[in-house]
Ligand binder design. Structure first.
Ligand SMILES: Cc1cc2nc3c(=O)[nH]c(=O)nc-3n(C[C@H](O)[C@H](O)[C@H](O)COP(=O)(O)O)c2cc1C
Length: 206
């Protein structure tokens, strides 16, 4: 956490071909628009069906791999995954499946959380993926922020963007840039998480 930040939000994502990673950067920007708040960006390694395949400890590029301490230390969570058959990607689910110690300790209970996803196609399961990501976070007792319709982009978008979380239609080749609306809603998700975490932490202290 930087010296001047009271609040750190973990932006935790998996991305194989870069679309969810691009969203993560915009969510982080939204977080850092809020005074006293910063983003801690982390990813997770791929999982392999080959038992012997072991990923390097440090990714070749991009942010470091997340540890459970990242989850424990942060005051809020933005969780991002590509849509895989209408569901969260296995590497992210695998990471969350290791968090039962945090669940037993109630370490995430009461912290705000939001979700984001990228799909190949417009109607390929964004909402189902976002809801699948919310379920384990509810088990952890996290407070789901979503995106409110007071954000005009939510009503105006003709691509991604849902009240359940931010989303992006990357296209079947995966190379669509984020639309202005999609980007705006990533920022909105980050800002809302940061503001909520700040209000909760300050409220508890007082
Ligand atoms: C195994 C697999 C399953 C997928 N399932 C879906 C799907 O159900 N709906 C969809 O629209 N796109 C699906 N896709 C496409 C990805 O969601 C899409 O390319 C996404 O933008 C990838 O994000 P990334 O660039 O962060 O890896 C799938 C891709 C893979 C590899």
């Amino acid at each position: 956490m930087s010296q001047t930040s009271d609040i750190e939000i973990l932006v935790l994502y998996y991305s194989r071909s870069g679309a969810t990673a691009r969203m993560a950067r915009h969510v982080a920007r939204g977080i850092e628009e809020v005074k006293h708040c910063s983003a801690r960006v982390r990813t997770v390694p791929p999982v392999s069906a080959t038992c012997e395949a072991v990923a390097a400890d440090i990714p070749a590029d991009g942010p470091p791999y997340a540890t459970l301490e990242d989850l424990r230390e942060c005051q809020g969570l933005a969780l991002g995954s590509p849509t895989r058959f209408g569901n969260m990607a296995a590497p992210l689910k695998y990471f969350l499946d290791q968090s039962s110690g945090l669940w037993l300790a109630g370490a995430l209970a009461g912290k705000p959380a939001g979700v984001f996803t990228s799909t190949g196609t417009q109607h390929g399961g964004q909402e189902t993926t976002l809801l699948s990501m919310i379920i384990p976070l509810l088990h952890h007792g996290m407070l789901i922020t979503g995106i409110p319709y007071t954000e005009p982009a939510l009503s105006e978008t003709t691509s991604g963007g849902t009240p359940y979380g931010a989303s992006h239609v990357a296209g079947t080749q995966g190379n669509n840039p984020l639309t202005d609306h999609e980007r705006t809603l990533c920022h909105a998700l980050g800002r809302r998480l940061a503001r909520t975490a700040l209000a909760l932490v300050r409220g508890i202290k007082e």
